[in-house]
Design a protein around this ligand. Structure first.
Ligand code: SF4
Ligand code: SF4
Length: 405
């Protein structure tokens, strides 16, 4: 890339005033001495890489892309984007088989669905975990998410008619997790939106948002997914005038921010119509819609804000919705990374760092001792459940549980 193209860089590295605040907020830097940290890997490194790509440092692979450095930076430098862009531009190492498997969430879901009970049983076996550890370097201490025998898409298709009867409509970008692992979250969203008089439509065949592909060196595949998804989203937003809601903070950040900033895919036609469902619901309530809650719902809930939700700046909507449920004793957990970062914590070489990053959060959850941990990210859920034993539930599902029939 020519130097000229960086006179006004997309990621603002020229704005860095070298305050080092980002280094204090980087969870990886605190546990992994091999990682140079956000300032060096981001704006400082970018100056050198533009002079000569030889300065690219392969230790940038340790960045979790959690974006905490960007939230912390007082100058608005897109530190994590600088790091991920550098990896896309300069690291041409072929992804390992393990990384391809972990990043291909759509494909794995499709292959696994017909034999979900068998796969769920096998991936829970000690011997299978040891084999994956030895052959693929997927850490044997990791617990794998379960697959569902029926996809969310199939379920919603069978309810298309009744959804179409609602006076107001939204489209739902459900993501791989809801479609293949946990359709109940999608069903809960349908229940909550229906209670507000809103019907839910599928998009005209979405693909995985591609976040795991971006961080696993598969940016070309991620770009193909992005181009496809933007075309599909345009049909909903531009042609039909629908808002598109989501239930995963990482999918949302990818669709809204990573597509243009990392993959160069223009999403301006749909960007402002892509909302976390919690934000959409909150805005409907503000506009006068009403929920009827159960009177016998009593739970102590601790809310963990996922890193990508912090970057979006939208945790306030989940928090306010949870606080409005009568009978909820609410605790907002301290801002902290859980350490899994999607596929990062599954890798043998990252497992120890992943758990060390998450430990302060796990410790706080143990001390609060809630009935439920609330969280808008599926991989945080896997990490917290595995590491603490507490049940982690998306705020949408908590709302669904708390609604009067
Ligand atoms: S994205 Fe996260 S891991 Fe990467 S440099 Fe920023 S704070 Fe550190
Ligand atoms: S926080 Fe921002 S301004 Fe400060 S060193 Fe990091 S990138 Fe530079």
């Amino acid at each position: 890339m020519k130097l000229q193209e960086y006179t006004e860089s997309r990621h603002n590295f020229e704005e860095c005033m070298k305050c080092t605040v980002c280094t204090a907020y980087c969870p990886v830097l605190q546990v992994n001495p091999l990682y140079p940290g956000p300032k060096q890997a981001g704006p400082d490194g970018e100056r050198l890489r533009l002079k000569d790509p030889w300065f690219f440092n392969y230790a940038l692979k340790y960045c979790m892309n959690c974006k905490r450095c960007e939230v912390a930076c007082p100058s608005g430098v897109r530190v994590a984007d600088l790091i991920q862009s550098a990896r896309i531009r300069y690291d041409h190492t072929k992804p390992k088989l393990r990384d391809r498997i972990l990043a291909s969430t759509d494909l794995m879901g499709k292959l696994t669905r017909p034999v979900a009970p068998v796969v769920n049983g096998v991936t829970g076996l000690k011997i299978a975990k040891s084999a994956m550890d030895a052959m693929l370097k997927i850490d044997h201490r990791r617990t794998f998410p379960k697959y569902s025998g029926r996809s969310f898409e199939a379920w919603l298709r069978s309810h298309e008619k009744e959804q179409a009867a609602f006076p107001k409509q939204v489209a739902y970008f459900h993501g791989c997790y809801v479609n293949y692992n946990h359709p109940d979250l999608g069903k809960d969203l349908v229940k909550v939106l229906n209670a507000l008089g809103v019907g839910v439509q599928l998009l005209d065949h979405e693909k995985c948002c591609g976040i795991a592909m971006i961080t696993n060196g598969m940016s070309e595949q991620a770009t193909r997914h992005a181009v496809h998804n933007i075309a599909v989203l345009k049909k909903a937003v531009v042609d039909k005038g629908l808002t598109v809601v989501t239930t995963s903070s990482s999918c949302t950040l990818t669709l809204r921010e990573e597509y243009p900033n990392l993959l160069g895919v223009d999403n301006s036609a749909v960007h402002d119509s892509l909302l976390m469902a919690t934000r959409y619901i909150y805005e409907r309530l503000e506009a006068g819609a009403k929920f009827r809650f159960r009177t016998d719902f009593h739970k102590k809930i601790a809310y963990h804000v996922p890193c990508h939700m912090e970057r979006l700046g939208w945790s306030i909507f989940s928090e306010r919705l949870l606080r409005m449920i009568p009978g909820v004793e609410f605790t907002l957990l301290d801002s902290a990374c859980c350490g899994i970062a999607g596929t990062y914590g599954f890798k043998k070489e990252n497992y120890e760092a992943s758990q060390a990053v998450g430990e302060p959060l796990f410790e706080q959850i143990r001390s609060v001792n809630p009935d439920i941990v609330a969280c808008d990210c599926e991989t945080c859920k896997w990490q917290i459940e595995m590491s603490t034993g507490y049940s982690v539930i998306n705020p949408i599902s908590i709302l669904a549980q708390a609604l009067a029939e």
